[in-house]
Design a protein around this ligand. Structure first.
Ligand code: C2E
Ligand code: MG
Ligand code: MG
Length: 746
């Protein structure tokens, strides 16, 4: 049921009850009980439906309304009550005030744990002004008729109601203005009106009906506030507190400061000047509070400047400069015999990708969430900082040793990797963590560098890993940095080649396609494994130019084959997730096809599961565009990623490539069952299956028995150069076609 329908239903029932309440004074006891119960029910329902975090404030609110309902209902329904019951009900009446107060304080702070002193001062001045006005205008004129007890009750009730209104008003003035907040304010105003009128009526002779309307507004509005979806976020999660004196606050200060003179002038005009001392005292109180507020704002301005210089504005964590300062101090203490320290550098995996696909505001929210979790999980004496971008750091004050430090890193990693709800969908952002310990061999002042190197090592071993610095991290890292330079140069010089590995029909051995595989020979080192340099290219953002170059070369080669023979094999090109996520991917591929004159049916793209895993509409749309044009899609390395079988049903692909690790272990019964299952499932779904890495005739025969239609592997051919592939197609089988004794990659 939509929120709108629920609210409409609620309004109808509340409205009807309200009319009945006003129209049937005899049934007022029952009426109040019903209206109150309705309001409590609405708040609880709202909490269930919209799941505010934390929900505490709303539960307090529900209990306040419930208490009010019980107190008011019982005293009306069962009057006259015996004295003990009167005492209980009196206590309930009193309890409403702290409950409401707690509720509102919780709500005002939700999502904003900082103490908001300005809000408190504003609430106080507004309260004092309201009480002063109520006293002078309403209570004071009735004074001659009242007993002292009546008076005390009247003042306390007015004070409480005014405080509540002031709090809600503050919520209304300082936060985003949402429907829920507006309704809360309306309800509080209703309660204040009802209380004032009831007070005046009990003290003196005022009308009672207005109190009924006020009470109704109170119950109805607070219930409705909880039913509105905006109740889940009264304050945006990373709203910064306003330190300046805004125009709104200026008006509050001006208005409250003017209450005193206004009262005196009004009294003078009517010729009934009274309580001058009281007015003067309250007025002075208000002026002093406002003065304090101004001073506070001025000081806070200065403070926040220096705070801003040392802290990260988005997350409020320390910034790099202050962190480095604290680290230096800790290292200096360490040199003079202090405790060893530890440093952790934390980097969110694939954050740039998330930022680009989900938008920067979501990116910011992810960073703020990460910062909050980090602050929660680290020990009190440790320090967390944000270095910029998605890089965070922790200074660990006194780690017991490297093992404890690693366990600590694991805890931090686990806390960060908890799913974040975005638009109702969970997204998981893992973090890679590098750790360095000052007690380690040869550790000097370069802890940050060491942690940084360890982080790179952690990242290159996969997502969500942590790693401590050790000497064997260093060598490969330096090599990696060197390789990165060489790769950048290679991209500029197009120093890559493409090899083509035949894909055949297992039953006949006929070639149906070629997989294009990139090759790079590094001048200093010789051939570099594609898995190594492709991972590096993905990490440093070079995969797009490389991928584009491979695609262009492969499409050109296939177009050449196609011109020679219209039934020539297709070419199958590996595409990295990063390439697909750059907008306009489909258009670029189609342009390559047009320019080379290759029919789209002669191109297949091999995607890994990571491309499809994140259900991103733009990626789906790009892929759909390609398929509509006739390009086929293959799911590469099937079985090594996360894909569930149900996933296959929804995914717009044509071909599954079973990973070679399964084919290499076909002799194991379990693997055989898996491959067999995949082959059958694919047949049911109308997908084609290519088995990768067939090296022996035995594997081929087993696959044939299972009904696997296609395969590739060293049994048929190692990857061939372009000219070799062309000769292969022309039937002029090159010598390399014999099973090659190539080493198995692991
Ligand atoms: P892949 O797409 O699964 O490619 C198949 C890999 O298996 C190739 O390794 C191929 O040489 C190897 N192979 C083929 N037959 C056999 C066999 O019988 N036994 C064994 N042990 N291996 C066999 P290669 O060329 O080293 O490529 C490794 C991976 O690098 C590829 O795995 C692919 O994921 C990636 N890659 C290669 N070229 C490109 C490219 O142009 N772009 C992108 N994004 N990735 C590429
Ligand atoms: Mg492939
Ligand atoms: Mg593969």
């Amino acid at each position: 049921v939509s929120a709108r329908t629920v609210m409409a239903g609620y309004s109808v029932i509340m409205g009807t009850s309200g009319v009945a309440l006003v129209a049937l004074p005899a049934w007022r006891g029952v009426g109040w009980a019903a209206v109150g119960a309705l309001s409590v029910g609405a708040i609880l329902l709202g909490v269930r439906r919209h799941r505010p975090r934390p929900g505490r404030g709303w539960y307090f609110l529900a209990s306040a309304v419930a208490t009010a309902t019980v107190a008011a209902g019982a005293s009306r329904l069962f009057a006259p009550l015996p004295v003990p019951a009167m005492v209980v009900i009196g206590a309930l009446h009193v309890a409403i005030v702290p409950l409401t107060f707690t509720a509102l304080v919780c709500l005002a702070r939700s999502g904003n744990p900082t103490r908001d002193r300005a809000a408190l001062v504003d609430a106080l001045t507004v309260t004092l002004s309201l009480v002063l006005l109520a006293w002078v205008a309403l209570i004071r004129p009735e004074l001659p008729h009242a007993t002292p007890l009546d008076l005390v009750v009247a003042v306390v009730r007015t004070l409480a109601a005014a405080l509540v209104l002031a709090l809600v008003l503050r919520l209304f003035l300082s936060r985003r203005r949402t429907v829920a907040i507006a309704l809360l304010t309306t309800g509080a105003a209703g309660a204040l009106a009802a209380d004032l009128v009831a007070t005046v009526a009990s003290v003196g002779t005022g009308p009672r009906e207005a109190a009924v309307v006020g009470g109704l507004v109170f119950y109805a509005a607070w219930g409705a506030a909880a039913l509105h979806p905006s109740m889940a976020r009264l304050a945006p999660s990373h709203e910064r507190l306003e330190r300046r004196i805004s125009l709104r606050r200026w008006f509050i200060m001006a208005a409250t400061s003017l209450v005193g003179p206004a009262v005196l002038v009004a009294q003078a005009a009517t010729g009934r000047v009274a309580d001058v001392e009281l007015v003067a005292a309250v007025w002075s109180g208000i002026i002093l509070l406002n003065l304090a507020s101004v001073t506070d704002a001025a000081n806070a301005h200065g403070r926040s400047l220096s705070h801003r210089e040392r802290h990260d504005t988005l997350t409020g964590l320390l910034n790099r400069g202050l962190f480095a300062h604290r680290l230096r101090a800790a290292l200096a203490r360490r040199r003079t015999g202090g405790d060893p320290i530890g440093v952790m550098i934390i980097d969110l995996d694939e954050f740039t990708l998330l930022n680009d696909t989900l938008g920067h505001s979501v990116g910011d929210e992810i960073l703020v969430t990460a910062a909050r979790r980090l602050s929660r999980v680290i020990a009190d004496r440790d320090l967390a900082a944000r270095f910029g971008g998605d890089e965070f750091a922790v200074l660990v004050a006194a780690p017991v040793g490297p093992a404890a430090l690693e366990a600590y890193a694991a805890r931090v990693g686990a806390a960060l990797a908890e799913p974040i709800l975005y638009d109702g969908r969970p997204i998981t952002v893992t973090a890679s963590i590098g750790v360095a310990w000052s007690g380690a061999d040869g550790a000097g002042d370069d802890l940050l560098t060491r942690a940084g190197l360890a982080l790179r090592a952690a990242r290159s071993s996969g997502r969500g890993r942590y790693r401590s610095y050790s000497a064997d991290v260093h060598g490969p890292m330096v090599e990696r940095i060197r390789l990165r330079g060489a790769l950048t140069k290679a991209v500029e010089e197009h120093a890559f080649t493409v090899r083509y590995q035949p894909i055949v029909v297992l039953a006949s051995g006929a070639t149906v396609g070629f997989e294009a595989l990139v090759r790079w020979t590094e001048p200093d080192r010789g051939p570099v494994e594609p898995v190594e340099f492709i991972a590096l290219a993905e990490e440093v953002g070079l995969i797009e130019p490389i991928g584009e170059w491979v695609l262009r070369s492969a499409v050109a080669a296939a177009a050449h084959w196609h011109r020679a023979d219209p039934r020539a094999p297709y070419v199958s090109v590996n595409v990295s997730a990063h390439q697909v996520r750059v907008p306009g991917f489909a258009a670029r591929v189609n342009r390559e096809l047009t320019q080379a004159g290759l029919p789209p049916g002669n191109l297949m793209l091999e995607l890994t599961e990571s491309v499809l895993l994140r259900e991103d509409d733009t990626v789906w749309a790009e892929l759909a565009m390609l398929r509509d044009n006739g390009v086929r899609l293959a799911l590469d390395d099937f079985g090594t990623g996360y894909s569930s079988l149900s996933y296959l049903v929804q995914t717009p692909i044509d071909v599954i490539k079973i990973d070679k690790s399964f084919i290499h272990s076909l002799s194991a019964p379990r693997q055989r069952v898996i491959v067999d299952g995949v082959v059958r499932l694919a047949a049911t779904l109308g997908l084609r299956v290519v088995a990768e890495g067939i090296e022996s005739a035995a594997d081929r025969d087993l696959l044939g028995e299972m009904g696997c239609p296609y395969g590739q592997g060293y049994l048929y051919s190692i990857p061939l150069t372009g000219p070799e592939a062309f000769r292969w197609i022309c039937g002029d089988t090159p010598s390399v076609a014999a099973p090659a004794p190539a080493p198995r990659s692991t």
